[in-house]
Design a protein around this ligand. Structure first.
Ligand SMILES: C[S@@+](CC[C@H](N)C(=O)[O-])C[C@H]1O[C@@H](n2cnc3c(N)ncnc32)[C@H](O)[C@@H]1O
Length: 393
């Protein structure tokens, strides 16, 4: 998962797989930068892919051994049972090395490739009925070599439901992580508003968050392993997550000043309806053209006429002044945006989460109207350091 989201990813796992929490070896799992090392039963690999929304990929740890020289690396690699892990003799390598005697990544890749070739020269590979190239990760750190295999295939943020994309969309797993952080921090809510929704990533990801994604057609590396085979279904129902009583959003409202962005979200909704993932009269989203910096926005927000008994939250990823220009210096823009959002928010808005470039977040006050800064998440978006600021009443 993206660095900065490790503890939210652990919370997502605990919430969606409550049966794991009592398992001693699962609890001994550890956080690493941008990842979690966990021990889980292999039967749940498909469900991890279908239910979790924060990971970028899920890998299976195959081997771990001490290794300080190339002959030892070659010998060890050629002795491992590659027929169990590969289809035919195809593979793709990804190598990383740090603080180890073996530090030359290119030479490590050549040695591992030679070792695997030698293995297959001794026991020739079966010709595959359906070819597939698995990705093998080789990592050397402090003279320990770990070998893992990717189970996901294409990155998991490539969900496959968007028809078109507006400019500067956020990666789906980042958007899911920010939504989840806001949802947990605020104690849940019934409706979510994104005033600068672009291609609608926050609003689609929050709808999808507790849904099983097996209804979306895409390939996964684990489909190409006979231990799991192919397991698809068509359910778009929410998973019932035991023990969780916080309200989950059921209605999603998007605004954007750019009507072309809203065309892209409308085509995504139309695509979900066309593929029968949603009935035409069931759409939980509504989209409106509006400029959040104008007085009209407060009026259009009030015109949503949400029942005062229903709780709301606002989430926004504004432009950073890079791909989309800002109408004023960033030092004034972000505080003004916060002011506009808190002015427009009615009393049922519990929380507000806004992404702000790290070089400017000090210009935004910890208090805006009746909202106070409650939590921050630092991460990188499109290579830029940014901070997600969560404000609560
Ligand atoms: C960084 S993009 C948001 C990306 C979005 N989260 C996604 O993943 O597609 C910023 C969006 O804000 C919109 N925007 C910029 N200024 C705006 C304003 N004053 N009012 C409303 N929308 C605005 C842009 O048209 C753009 O779609």
């Amino acid at each position: 998962m993206p660095p900065g989201f490790e503890s939210l990813a652990a919370a997502e796992l605990d919430e969606k797989f409550p049966e794991l929490v009592s398992d001693e070896s699962y609890r001994r799992g550890e956080f690493v930068r941008g990842g979690l090392n966990l021990s889980v039963p292999i039967e749940i690999v498909p469900d991890l892919h279908f239910k979790l929304k924060l990971p970028t990929s899920i890998r299976e740890r195959l081997y771990e051994f001490k290794c300080r020289d190339f002959p030892k690396l070659f010998n060890k690699i050629q002795s491992l049972p590659w027929r169990r892990h590969l289809i035919g003799d195809a593979f793709e390598l990804s190598v990383s090395a740090e603080t180890s005697r073996l530090g030359n990544e290119k030479r490590i890749a050549e040695t591992v490739t030679d070792g695997i070739r030698r293995y297959f020269s001794k026991q020739p590979a079966k010709k595959p009925a359906v070819p597939y190239t698995h990705r093998i990760y080789v990592r050397l750190s402090q003279d320990i070599c770990t070998i893992s295999r990717d189970l996901s295939g294409d990155p998991l943020f490539q969900r496959g439901y968007k028809e078109l994309s507006a400019i500067a969309p956020m990666r789906e797993n980042l958007a899911a992580g920010l939504f989840y952080g806001l949802w947990r921090e605020s104690g849940g809510f019934d409706c979510l508003v994104d005033p600068m929704c672009g291609s609608g990533t926050f609003l689609f990801e929050s709808w999808l968050f507790w849904r099983d994604v097996r209804f979306i057609e895409r390939d996964f590396a684990f489909f190409h392993d006979e231990r799991w085979g192919v397991s698809r279904g068509h359910s778009t129902q929410q998973n019932n997550v035991a023990g969780d009583t916080l309200p989950k959003p059921t209605h999603f409202f998007g605004f954007d000043r750019d009507s072309r962005a809203l065309k892209s979200v409308e085509s995504t909704v139309a695509g979900l309806i066309k593929k029968r993932h949603l009935e035409a009269d069931e759409s939980p989203w509504s989209f409106t053209v509006s400029d959040v910096l104008t007085a009209d926005f407060s009026k259009q927000f009030a015109d949503l006429r949400i029942d005062p008994a229903r709780s709301m939250a606002v989430i926004a990823n504004p432009p950073y002044g890079e791909r989309i220009a800002l109408p004023m210096p960033p030092q004034s823009y972000y505080p003004l945006l916060l002011e506009r959002l808190t002015q427009a928010a009615g009393p049922n808005v519990k929380a507000l989460g806004v992404v702000i470039p790290s070089s400017y977040h000090r210009h935004v006050h910890n208090k805006s109207g009746s909202f106070n800064l409650a939590r921050t998440i630092d991460f990188k978006n499109g290579g830029l350091d940014v901070q997600f600021q969560i404000f609560k009443r």
